[in-house]
Write a protein that binds this ligand. Structure first.
Ligand code: SF4
Length: 225
């Protein structure tokens, strides 16, 4: 059989396409849609995580809270502070570290040449434990994956764990905060510095000196990169 030339093949294809289009027109189709290419997967954002949490009831803390405290600050912060969980005032307004402890944290940030807008502030659990008790294991297990996802979005260079509970939980280490602080640790591959909680400093102002030493180490590490 004689081989078809490229032109013949082209004409044949045109004829077939024309016939198909005629048939479609006869059926009343007057528009054709091209299949959309699959979009590349979009990177997760903090808004996505917040939306997924919704009116979260994944653990018992959801029942008693007033407002879920997701976290606040710069979504591309190089420095993230993680506390234990919302207190009474945070639960009322939905913002982390408000009230007297929050104001002290702001003064610490100011001394570091930073403001709240430069850093990101959040907690191990996002809902207030009743009577400010420590969050329970199952509550941490339900909430911590969201903290991890927040950190994966923000990609900070340094995390500061504020207080005994946050430090021991994130590091899975029951060593007293007085021995954990002042030394570098790692949380999921990110440098972590534990230090005293601002609420502790309000009761024990003598600890401010050690916190300042810890923050100097943090500034050095941030400045070194
Ligand atoms: S503490 Fe976390 S897991 Fe528990 S209800 Fe609140 S947001 Fe959900």
């Amino acid at each position: 059989m004689m081989e078809q030339t490229r032109e013949q093949l082209y004409n044949q294809l045109l004829c077939q396409t024309g016939a198909i289009l005629e048939e479609l027109r006869a059926l009343g189709v007057d528009e054709l849609y091209l299949p959309l290419r699959q979009r590349p997967e979009r990177a997760e954002t903090l808004e996505d995580i917040r939306a997924e949490l919704g009116d979260c009831q994944r653990c018992a803390l959801g029942r008693g809270r007033n407002k879920l405290v997701f976290g606040a600050g710069n979504p591309a912060a190089r420095l993230v502070f993680v506390g234990e969980g919302p207190g009474r005032e945070e639960d009322q307004c939905g913002e982390p570290f408000v009230g007297e402890a929050g104001r002290l944290l702001e003064r610490i940030l100011f001394a570091m040449g930073l403001s709240r807008a430069d850093v990101y502030i959040c907690n191990v659990v996002k809902c207030r434990p009743p009577q400010n008790r420590n969050p329970r294991e199952e509550e941490i297990a339900a909430c911590e994956p969201f903290l991890l996802r927040q950190l994966a979005v923000i990609k900070p260079q340094v995390i500061v764990a504020l207080g005994r509970f946050a430090a021991q939980t994130l590091l899975n280490d029951q060593t007293p905060i007085s021995r954990l602080r002042g030394r570098w640790h790692s949380y999921q591959g990110t440098d972590l510095m534990p230090t005293f909680h601002p609420a502790y400093l309000l009761r024990n102002p003598g600890g401010k000196r050690e916190v300042w030493q810890d923050m100097q180490q943090v500034m050095q590490r941030l400045g070194a990169d």
